[in-house]
Design a protein around this ligand. Structure first.
Ligand SMILES: [Zn+2]
Length: 271
């Protein structure tokens, strides 16, 4: 049975947001954490930066040993991703999108491909507004549902004015080709330099239902900063097999293994 959540909104006031900004310099390839913020964000010194990977000696099992700044990857007790039990209730707190058509561009940060919007986008959940920062993908999915892993997972990263991160997780499975995702997928398969994909309304990329599971977790990339509000959508989208192949050709196996739930409740209540 689920335990009573020992989670307060205060705990989501991210005291360690600075940690996730500490990753934007020092590697041969840009190594911004996938959930981290755009490259325009102020950066910490290169001394706090370490290379990391999804395999070998710099793989997920060793992230916490690569840098003191990454310790939470090992010591954290509220890490992401997780396996979400099938019987988990949906969050009672609806997500309200304030997305609109915007010129968007994409670039490869060395671990995934990020999409940035040229104009302000945001969402509201539980009365709190979060500004859209970037969207990127993991292949295969990071979150699993009752052990089921999906082909792709997209993360729409947002941040409130007081520094709380909220990430919408969108699962995708093979099916019909998805035309609204074509501009991102096709551009992701291109060069690593930043390039425009034209006007996109982020809302069009999401399923009709925004019903979701909510829990308090972490960045799924170093420095694995906690107090991230996760909003994992219940309804997966379909992508064509060729679209999945295109993403997989750019970055594959860029998924952190699922982490222990420990003393957490999915879905959060009283949001
Ligand atoms: Zn991510």
């Amino acid at each position: 049975m689920r335990s009573t959540p020992d989670i307060t909104r205060k705990s989501l006031l991210i005291g360690s947001a600075w940690g996730l900004l500490a990753l934007t310099a020092g590697c041969t390839k840009p190594t911004t954490g996938s959930e981290a913020l755009p490259s325009s964000t102020p950066t910490a010194s290169a001394a706090n930066v370490a290379h990391w990977s999804y395999e070998g000696a710099e793989g997920p099992g060793d992230w916490g040993n690569l840098s003191p700044a990454f310790q939470t990857c090992t010591t954290g007790k509220a890490q992401s991703p997780i396996d979400i039990p099938a019987a988990t209730p949906k969050s009672p707190a609806p997500i309200t999108l304030a997305y609109s058509a915007s010129e968007c561009d994409v670039h490869d940060n060395g671990h995934t491909v990020e999409l940035h919007a040229g104009s302000a986008q945001s969402l509201t959940v539980s009365g709190k507004n979060y500004a859209f920062k970037q969207m990127h993908f993991h292949d295969p999915s990071e979150h699993t549902i009752e052990g089921t892993r999906y082909d792709v997972e997209f993360h729409f990263v947002h941040q409130s004015d007081d520094g709380v991160l909220a990430v919408v997780g969108l699962l995708a499975k093979a099916g019909k080709s998805n035309p609204v995702w074509a501009p991102f997928v096709d551009a992701a398969a291109g060069s690593t330099s930043s390039r425009s994909i034209g006007s996109v309304n982020l809302a069009s990329l999401l399923p009709a239902s925004l019903e979701h599971f909510a829990y308090e977790g972490s960045l799924t990339t170093p420095p694995c900063t906690e107090s991230v509000l996760w909003l994992v959508l219940d309804q997966p989208i379909e992508l064509g097999a060729d679209q999945i192949s295109k993403l997989r050709a750019v970055h594959s196996a860029n998924n952190r293994p699922t982490q222990e739930l420990n003393n957490r409740t999915v879905t959060l209540v009283n949001q």
